[in-house]
Design a protein around this ligand. Structure first.
Ligand code: ATP
Length: 327
């Protein structure tokens, strides 16, 4: 058991829809356990600057349905240094914060682990990132919303691709992981899906696109993760345009970009975020630290933070095979 009187909570790294729902669940669970709650604004930047705000029930009213994060988020280079982390720990002490809930991705958890190791501050993480690339949870908070946003946009592009018999290259988010690309590609009926986890060779892509176009399809959609090694949609477009074989191709690229981050969280993300927020505070009060609370096979599960950021979560290769059958 940890004897915690005052809980600090922060959102950090890339914002994700559902972070607010998680924040609400965290604050209300802490209050239900008679803790004081302090919100730390702008992630580790605010922790270093002492940008702290007291939170009560009403601070988290009417936010379960909103995207972004009311506490704001930031990326902090100062926190990468020992001096920065010491300043952050001094501020936590000044505000009597004796336990933390960190909502963010793997970088956020690396930082949280260091606070735990270097300054003995108990911390539990909640997986908040649209990329779904965290080991220790089936899905992350924000992923379902981002996926649905991507699919909705692919559907729209399909209409225009179909009207003009066009080939569209659609780039979706995922610098290191292809979860969004793979799943929105399947859900959006893409003819080809390119992700960082697989080796993508330009010759193979050209051959495949050539055969798709030769089959007189009404439309062709290629979904590309931004981190695919051929340079995303722009890289592939350039290679096709430079090749005389594709001289007459009617080709367009669209980068969905930050559109995938915003918007109201889906029902799935709201429920996941609420469940994990409650479980995170309970885990901290039960004496756990340096762990992330995830949702695995229908149950909440704790995983050491070091495993979360050092192990790679695998994509579902069976799903990848499906595209070949379905396209
Ligand atoms: P996302 O997956 O959405 O990008 P993230 O949490 O991985 O989210 P990062 O920018 O990688 O986002 O990390 C958030 C912050 O965590 C960084 O700006 C930095 O302050 C801190 N951080 C990242 N890595 C470390 C590290 N190795 N040591 C200490 N702090 C770190």
């Amino acid at each position: 058991m940890h004897d915690i009187q005052c809980l600090g909570v922060y959102t950090s790294g890339g914002d994700a829809p559902g972070m607010n729902a998680c924040l609400r669940a965290t604050v209300r669970t802490a209050l239900a356990n008679d803790l004081e709650v302090v919100g730390i604004r702008r992630g580790y930047e605010g922790m270093i600057d002492g940008d702290f705000v007291e939170m009560d029930r009403r601070s988290v009213s009417n936010i379960v349905q909103t995207g972004g994060t009311i506490l704001k988020s930031a990326r902090s280079t100062d926190f990468l240094t020992e001096e920065g982390r010491t300043r952050a720990a001094d501020n936590l002490e000044r505000y009597d914060v004796d336990g933390l809930i960190a909502i963010g991705g793997d970088g956020t958890f690396r930082g949280a682990s260091k606070l735990n190791d270097e300054h003995g501050i108990p911390v539990v993480g909640c997986p908040g990132t649209i990329d779904n690339d965290l080991f220790g949870t089936d899905t992350t908070i924000g992923y379902d919303t981002a996926l649905n946003t991507a699919i909705e946009n692919i559907d729209r592009i399909r209409d225009t691709a179909d009207a003009h018999n066009r080939l569209f290259l659609i780039e979706v988010m995922g610098r290191d992981a292809g979860f969004i690309a793979l799943n929105c590609g399947i859900g959006g009926g893409a003819e080809l899906i390119l992700i960082p986890e697989t080796i993508t060779e330009m010759d193979m892509i050209k051959e495949r696109i050539f055969s798709l176009m030769s089959a007189q399809r009404r439309s062709t959609i290629v979904v590309v993760a931004e981190g695919d090694e051929l340079g995303g949609a722009r890289g592939i477009e350039q290679a096709l345009r430079e090749d005389p074989t594709f001289e007459d191709i009617d080709l367009r690229s669209t980068i969905l970009g930050h559109i995938q981050r915003g918007g109201a969280p889906t029902a799935g993300d709201r429920v996941l975020a609420s469940r994990l927020g409650v479980a995170a505070v309970e885990a901290l009060l039960d004496g756990h630290t340096d762990v992330m609370v995830g949702f695995v096979n229908g149950e909440t599960k704790l995983t050491p933070l070091r495993n979360v950021y050092s192990r790679k979560k695998s994509i579902d290769y069976d799903l990848l095979k499906l595209t070949q059958i379905l396209s």
